[in-house]
Write a protein that binds this ligand. Structure first.
Ligand code: SF4
Ligand code: SF3
Length: 544
């Protein structure tokens, strides 16, 4: 059968090879092709902005924000709205045209930089010839896509910092020069070097977001998060955007409407700034992929601030809203640019007419172990390592997903010896954070640093331990890495860890389809990257 699209950017890609008719995620071929076009014209725009910089001219933050927003929109499960993607293509072409007019030397620009079209049918036809498979050499394609996905991940983190009025021109400049480089002929060696460089800038991006979040909302601290529900109607907020949450909490004060977090918004409870809101009740449900059942039983409106959105069922389609880079056809979108206050009044008014959430569970979970909090406990942690009470830390950060094979992570967590501690971040935690794995001398056996971007905290914690134990190499620490990946934010987290010198990371539940055998070999030989096998063998391999 003729393929209608090609996408292999996430862990759920069809047959671990590529989605060719429609996305396993629900993305249509039409949207997938439009996304290919959006990425291509964004590379073209980046070539122009990079040349402007080399001519000593300023590239405004408007361009930087357009680039990162575009890439963010193409992340798995962020945006399914064909019209929204088409509109961004037109915006990007328009911006490109304006920037080209400012160039002193506009010679030898690429086809992507010069492409000017507004007719949707023509754009869709062209999209079919500039996608992933247009690069014929599988190793070059593999590396170029690996870099592109890393850039998508760091763009998402950068965008979250931007909404808190934190920008890093050097990071934006790197993102754009790299996108431009991907339009050029490059050798495998050059692309391997750019991959590592991308990881380095991934650390910068996560640090930028960390300082934006902690600057605005304080340092995460040990927190008990309620899992049950109250009697008031509620709004459920999901995704990673803390500023959206802040605006929602402010606008719901005194309305009789409670606010609950879902999936990656859970760690918001760990920040001091959000604790002062009496209607910020707790966390409802689990990771993104359980949203169909959980959004139905929540009974009130849901606000998706970022990925991961799943095609909504009819039972709640009229009470789910998107904002920021997310979108779904037929779902109401709340606008608002950087610096603007979003108007959530229609969501609040809807909530008032809804029933309170149906209780899924009771009890609480404990989290808030980002770098500042762990450093405050450093003496206790170091003593526990020195006394042998803690034998090993296992980093199990990353993503959750619907594949049955991910039950491995629950079983792995259960099977870990009692003298091990799990360090986590991202929605992967839902596989084991509610297991009550106990504590070691008051230190919980699952330490949740926060969202996937807070993997930065895990890196800082590792570097701190290396310093305390006066080690030369981060790999001498008693830390093993068993990371679950799903989408492209996990790709930048992985590249960031590699750039910090972390070796022997196990990645599952499958290795990325976009790694060609040769590129996978480079990662195996230089960094000891490996897949997973079964719980028993992996426990003995990783914790001995
Ligand atoms: Fe397939 Fe994943 Fe791409 Fe969706 S994002 S089309 S599931 S590879
Ligand atoms: Fe989860 Fe999508 Fe990746 Fe931020 S929300 S970790 S999967």
């Amino acid at each position: 059968m003729d393929s209608k699209m090609f996408c292999y950017q996430c862990q759920e890609t069809a047959r671990n090879s590529g989605c060719t008719l429609a996305g396993v995620c629900g993305k249509s071929a039409e949207v997938s092709n439009l996304m290919d076009m959006l990425v291509w014209v964004t590379k073209g725009l980046s070539q122009v902005s990079t040349r402007l910089r080399s001519e000593g001219k300023d590239v405004g933050s408007e361009v930087n924000h357009l680039v990162t927003f575009n890439l963010f929109s193409t992340i798995t499960n962020a945006n399914f709205d064909d019209q929204a993607i088409y509109t961004r293509i037109l915006l990007t072409i328009d911006m490109k045209t304006r920037l080209i007019a400012q160039l002193a030397d506009a010679s030898n620009l690429s086809e992507a930089a010069l492409y000017v079209e507004s007719d949707r049918r023509t754009i869709e036809d062209k999209a079919r010839s500039i996608g992933v498979l247009s690069e014929k050499n599988e190793d070059i394609r593999s590396l170029k896509e690996l870099i592109t996905y890393g850039l998508k991940g760091v763009s998402a983190y950068s965008k979250h910092a931007n909404v808190l009025i934190k920008d890093d021109e050097a990071l934006d400049s790197f993102i754009q020069s790299s996108l431009a480089a991907l339009l050029e002929k490059k050798s495998v060696d050059e692309l391997v070097a750019l991959t590592l460089e991308t990881g380095k800038w991934g650390v910068t991006g996560m640090a930028l977001l960390d300082s934006a979040n902690t600057g605005a909302y304080g340092n995460p601290e040990i927190t008990e998060v309620k899992l049950g529900v109250g009697k008031n109607p509620g709004i459920l907020i999901s995704g990673h955007d803390l500023r959206d949450l802040k605006m929602l909490l402010e606008q719901t004060q005194g309305t009789g409407v409670d606010v609950y977090t879902h999936s990656e918004m859970l760690p918001a409870h760990y920040y001091p700034a959000f604790k002062k809101y009496p209607n910020f009740v707790g966390n409802y449900g689990n990771a993104w992929w359980k949203q169909k059942q959980e959004f139905a039983s929540f009974n009130g409106p849901i606000l998706m601030t970022t990925n991961c959105i799943v095609a909504p069922d009819a039972s709640y389609k009229d009470r789910i809203f998107t904002t920021g880079a997310t979108g779904f056809p037929g779902v109401k979108h709340i606008g608002g640019d950087i610096g603007e206050t979003k108007d959530f009044s229609q969501i609040i008014e809807m909530a008032k007419k809804c029933e309170a959430p149906t209780e899924l569970e009771t009890g609480k979970l404990v989290g808030g172990f980002a770098h500042n909090q762990v450093f405050a406990l450093a003496d206790k942690v170091v003593d526990a390592v020195k006394s042998g009470a803690i034998k090993k830390f296992v980093v199990m950060a990353g993503c959750d997903g619907r594949s049955k094979s991910r039950d491995y992570y629950t079983e792995f967590a259960k099977a870990l010896p009692k003298d091990t501690v799990i360090l986590t971040a991202g929605c992967a935690k839902y596989k084991y954070i509610k297991l009550n794995l106990g504590d070691i001398g008051g230190i919980p056996r699952v330490l949740d640093a926060g969202q996937c971007n807070d993997s930065y905290s895990l890196a800082l914690i590792a570097l701190k331990l290396k310093e305390v134990f006066a080690l030369d190499d981060i790999n001498e620490l008693p830390i093993a890495y068993n990371i679950a990946w799903y989408e492209q934010k996990a790709v930048i987290v992985l590249l960031a860890l590699l750039s910090l010198g972390v070796k022997n990371i196990h990645l599952g539940p499958t290795l990325p389809a976009f790694l060609s055998p040769n590129v996978a070999n480079v990662l195996v030989e230089n960094f000891g990257i490996a897949g997973i096998s079964n719980v028993e063998d992996d426990i003995s391999l990783l914790v001995g």
